[in-house]
Design a protein around this ligand. Structure first.
Ligand code: CAA
Length: 258
């Protein structure tokens, strides 16, 4: 049985971390399969990806503690690099990604969600970076992405205390964008993905890259990134159709990714 499932329905790709007996904990096998799945996504036809965990209880309950227990310093660093490399591949996927968090998103699970562009969650979700309670730091991007996503002070508090937070607090601090009852979460993720997929793909991708690239730069450099992204959309068939439809007061035809 695969540790990571992938299927495509129309323009949406679905990645499911599939190790429910261990609450979808990330061991080397899961990371390997996730890496392969990311490489195999058909970027011509997929316009948005949804990442979720198998089962009703957990998104991902972290990196696999049993696997990490006996690692040497060098092996620990290599395991962190493996996770970081795979999550960075997810983060820089040219198309948008949505984490649909139904349950525990702890440690590497919170980090997996943060490597996605958008996070929505069930009202049963629990987030946290419990690593210092296990004698380690967050290792798959938590010290970096949490501080960027919420605030350095809030990230430090969550990481130093190892305190798990409930879904409503995750919403309040901006770690997730919206909450749904668990039985409505995946339909909500589908709806969000479909809305994104219906927009001009070249423009959506250029927006993602501009946001991600610009966040690393000064505002003077970042606006130049936007100018390039903006310019790259002109003379595309989708720009002609989108603007033409507006001016002709009609609904635009489906965007063709051209
Ligand atoms: N690693 C390995 N196995 C895990 C796991 C993890 N992170 N989380 C859960 N499991 C396993 C449990 O060992 C258990 O297996 P067995 O049935 O074989 O005993 C199974 O999943 C079910 O878990 P529980 O019985 O513990 O379920 P629960 O409902 O009582 O508790 C929980 C759920 C609160 C999420 C609890 O499982 C838990 O605290 N898990 C660990 C969470 C954690 O600390 N994550 C951070 C890991 S470190 C990390 O991620 C480092 C990094 O940044 C890269």
């Amino acid at each position: 049985m695969s540790l990571v499932l992938y299927e495509q329905k129309e323009a949406i790709g679905y990645i499911t971390i599939n190790r429910p007996e261990a609450l979808n904990a990330l061991n080397s096998g899961v990371l390997e399969e996730l890496d392969k799945v990311l490489d195999a996504i058909d970027l011509e036809s997929v316009r948005c990806v949804i990442v979720r965990g198998a089962g009703e209880k957990s998104f991902v309950a972290g990196a696999d503690i049993a696997q990490m227990k006996g690692l040497t310093k060098a092996e620990g660093e290599a395991f962190g690099k493996r996770g970081n490399d795979v999550f960075r591949k997810l983060e820089t996927l040219p198309i948008p990604t949505i984490a649909a968090v139904g349950g525990y998103a702890l440690g590497g699970g919170c980090e997996l969600a943060m490597a996605c562009d958008i996070r929505i969650a069930s009202d049963t979700a629990v987030f946290g970076q419990p690593e210092v309670g296990l004698g380690i730091t967050p290792g798959f991007g938590g010290t970096q992405r949490l501080a960027r996503l919420v605030s350095p002070g809030m990230a430090k508090q969550l990481i130093y205390t190892a305190r798990n937070i409930k879904a409503d607090e995750a919403l309040r601090i901006g770690l997730v964008n919206a909450l749904y009852p668990l039985d409505e979460l995946y339909a909500a993720a589908d709806k969000l993905a479909s809305t994104i997929a219906a927009n001009a793909p070249i423009a959506v991708r250029a927006s993602k890259k501009a946001i991600n690239d610009g966040l690393q730069l000064s505002i003077d450099e970042a606006i130049v990134v936007e100018e390039k992204a903006f310019g790259s959309c002109f003379e595309t068939a989708d720009q002609q159709e989108g603007m033409g439809a507006f001016l002709e007061k009609r609904k635009h035809a489906p965007f063709a990714n051209k």
